[in-house]
Design a binder for this molecule. Structure first.
Ligand code: 5GP
Ligand code: ZN
Length: 111
C-alpha cells in the first residue's frame, strides 16, 4: 500500500530494527513509547481494521497472537503486559495499518 508508513517499514524502505520477524509479521519498538517497554506487532499484509479483514488477514492475526506469548521473555514482558489494537478515529488509530501494541516493563495505570 502506497504511503503507508508500516508497509514501508515492512518493506525495509524505512529502517526500523526488527526484534522479531517471520513470514507474516514483524515486531519493532514504538518510536514514541507510552510505557517503559512499548512494541508494535505489525502484520506484513496491509489492512487497517478488523472490519476489513478477510480469511487471510484473520490467519495472520491469529498467527500474531500465537507468536506474541512465545516472545514474552525475550521482550521483557514476562511480568505482564497490555495488548491494545486501536481501531479508527474514535479508537485513536493514527496509522491505518492494523498493528498490535504491547506495553509493559512496568506496572501500567488502570484504565
Ligand atoms: P496507533 O495510534 O495507530 O494505534 O499507533 C501508531 C503507533 O505507531 C504510535 O504509537 C506511534 O508512536 C507509532 N509510530 C508511528 N510512526 C512510527 C515509525 O516510523 N516507527 C515506529 N517504530 N513507530 C511509529
Ligand atoms: Zn500498510
Amino acid at each position: 500500500m502506497e504511503n503507508c508508513i508500516f508497509c514501508k517499514i515492512v518493506a525495509g524502505e524505512i529502517p526500523s530494527p526488527r526484534l522479531y520477524e517471520d513470514e507474516k509479521m514483524i515486531v519493532i519498538r514504538d518510536i514514541e513509547p507510552k510505557a517503559k517497554l512499548h512494541y508494535l506487532c505489525i502484520p506484513k499484509t496491509h489492512f487497517a481494521l478488523f472490519s476489513e479483514m478477510d480469511e487471510g488477514g484473520a490467519e495472520i492475526v491469529k498467527h500474531c497472537f500465537q507468536v506474541i506469548p512465545a516472545l514474552e521473555k525475550a521482550l521483557g514482558l514476562e511480568d505482564g503486559y497490555r495488548v491494545i489494537v486501536n481501531q479508527g478515529e474514535n479508537g485513536g488509530q493514527t496509522v491505518p495499518h492494523l498493528h498490535i501494541h504491547l506495553l509493559g516493563g512496568e506496572k501500567l495505570a488502570d484504565f
